[in-house]
Design a protein around this ligand. Structure first.
Ligand SMILES: [Zn+2]
Ligand SMILES: [Zn+2]
Ligand SMILES: [Zn+2]
Length: 274
């Protein structure tokens, strides 16, 4: 499978509109971008493509990256930066199956699949398939599983993608704190490529009203506030999961400019062949 990182930024992206911070300025100088989160996965055996999350930057991403339109999509959770690009499906597709989970979220009284059905009922070319977490299903010739992660107050899911022919495996943490349940960690383990939420460095926790948590033995917070992993948390998770390669994604412009473009922080347009 060929994995293309269409969007590697957080909800405001980098550069952030109207921002002249050193990190946004540096991104403009380097001519790199971190648009809102989305990943394109092409199955080279079948020629089919799967989109993971529907970024509000969908149009820009598909105009600037050399990837075909997807045959199907997955949605990890209902935050704006992961779902609201689905409106771009209007008039582009004859048929677009969208896969999401079926667990009713107490915070919304709806499952992720239910919210998508309700919000996009005007898109008659879009069909929504609801899945039970941890139960594999096949789409675009790949075996896919949603695994629960920790992104309060909403339900959110990581994604495990495996090619049943080649054994290639890509794991995505989704938006999550370091508090990922053990059975989800087991499902995400041993990937060829791990894409891990690392919104800010641990040093940023002092600026969060809730600080940080899930501290490691050295006292470094692996969770920023309650919703996302720090860089340090994401790297600890990558080590625990024994990932062959790791790219940090869902990155905010709050990284200091000197750290924001260092390895293994991703930028838009990176591709990986697994
Ligand atoms: Zn900025
Ligand atoms: Zn989110
Ligand atoms: Zn997000």
């Amino acid at each position: 499978m060929r994995v293309t990182l269409l969007g590697t930024g957080d909800t405001t992206g980098t550069p952030t509109v109207g921002c002249d911070c050193a990190t946004c300025e540096r991104a403009r100088e380097l001519d790199v971008e971190r648009s809102r989160f989305s990943v394109h996965v092409r199955n080279d055996r079948t020629g089919e493509s799967l989109l993971i999350d529907c970024s509000p930057d969908f149009r820009h991403q598909f105009l600037t990256q050399e990837v075909p339109l997807p045959d199907a999509a997955l949605v990890t959770h209902i935050h704006f930066d992961h779902l609201d690009g689905l409106g771009n499906a209007y008039r582009l597709f004859d048929d677009l199956p969208v896969h999401a989970t079926n667990v009713v979220d107490p915070a919304t009284d709806e499952s992720v699949a239910g919210t998508i059905r309700r919000k996009y009922d005007y898109l008659d070319r879009v069909s929504v398939a609801a899945h039970t977490p941890h139960e594999p299903f096949r789409v675009c010739g790949l075996d896919v599983r949603f695994v629960p992660v920790d992104h309060p107050p909403l339900l959110c899911y990581g994604v495990v993608l495996e090619d049943p022919e080649t054994g290639a495996k890509c794991s995505l943490t989704g938006d999550t704190s370091f508090g990922i349940p053990d059975d989800s960690r087991a499902a995400l383990a041993d990937p060829d490529l791990l894409l891990a939420d690392a919104i800010v460095p641990a040093s940023s926790c002092e600026h969060h009203p809730q600080g940080g948590k899930h501290r490691n033995d050295a006292g470094v917070p692996r969770t920023f506030g309650s919703k996302h992993m720090t860089r340090e948390g994401a790297l600890d998770l990558a080590a625990e999961l024994d990932a062959d390669r790791t790219r940090l994604v869902h990155l905010a412009h709050y990284y200091p400019a000197g750290e924001a473009f260092a390895e293994p922080l991703a930028v838009d347009g990176e591709t990986y062949d697994l």
